[in-house]
Design a binder for this molecule. Structure first.
Ligand code: SAM
Length: 215
């Protein structure tokens, strides 16, 4: 295994994180090497995984605290949890059915706080969440940029890293994705400096991944 980013490994064409729990989360393959168990990270099931495959350095350090918006059942959260050996994830999800699997996942691991909350109202979870090194969002809503800005302004440390997945079709099905991405970037530039960007094809169609810092 070759470490390509902190806590992220590659062997051949596959990407892995070091398993913090022996439990499988989404049917992923587990591989033993040098007395360690590694979990395959499938970029077709995780936009953060797709971003790494497409060359983005997520800049997640193993001691970081992460605010994760749109946690769903915890597919990507589980890989972040593996990476954050000394860190912690606040995982926000607003569907009370989907969050059940996330709660199960958090029971197997030490570093995940599942939060049932609406990311549109960041004040809802201000008693639970601290300032974070990373704010990550994967939410398919027409106001995804506005949701992200509110959360980053409230919870991201000054020198922290903002990671955003933009799904063009959630904003407009009528306009070309490139036009939608341009409009989203325009909205973001009052608050952020864009450091890296990548389209997520071939893993996801019409998705843009942005890495930013507060300006
Ligand atoms: C594309 S899925 C996330 C997949 C997940 N990031 C992963 O890779 O494992 C988007 C999730 O965002 C949640 N969501 C949508 N709007 C939300 C909101 N306003 N607040 C919190 N969660 C929201 C949805 O319920 C859904 O589970």
């Amino acid at each position: 295994m070759k470490e390509i980013q902190p806590g992220v490994y590659r062997k051949g064409a596959k990407m892995y994180t070091k398993a913090a729990s022996s439990q499988k989360v989404y049917g992923e393959k587990h591989v033993q090497e040098d007395g360690e168990t590694y979990r395959e990270w499938n970029p077709n099931r995780s936009k953060a995984g797709a971003a790494i495959e497409n060359g983005v350095d997520l800049e997640i350090q193993q001691e970081d605290t992460v605010l994760y918006l749109g946690a769903a059942s915890g597919t990507t959260v589980s890989h972040f949890s593996d990476i954050l050996e000394q860190g912690f994830i606040f995982a926000v999800e607003y569907s009370d059915t989907v969050i059940r699997s996330l709660v199960d996942l958090a029971e197997q691991r030490e570093n995940i706080a599942p939060i049932l909350g609406n990311a549109r109202n960041p004040e809802e979870y201000s008693d639970l969440v601290t300032e974070c090194d990373i704010v990550f969002q994967d939410i398919s809503q027409s106001d995804q940029a506005e949701i992200f800005i509110k959360n980053a302004e409230k919870y991201l440390k000054k020198d922290g890293t903002a990671l955003l997945t933009v799904k063009a079709q959630s904003i407009s099905t009528a306009r070309p994705a490139e036009e939608v991405f341009g409009e989203v970037k325009e909205k973001l530039t009052d608050t952020f400096e864009i450091e890296e960007e990548a389209l997520l094809e071939p893993y996801e169609k019409d998705h843009l991944f942005l890495k930013m810092k507060l300006s």
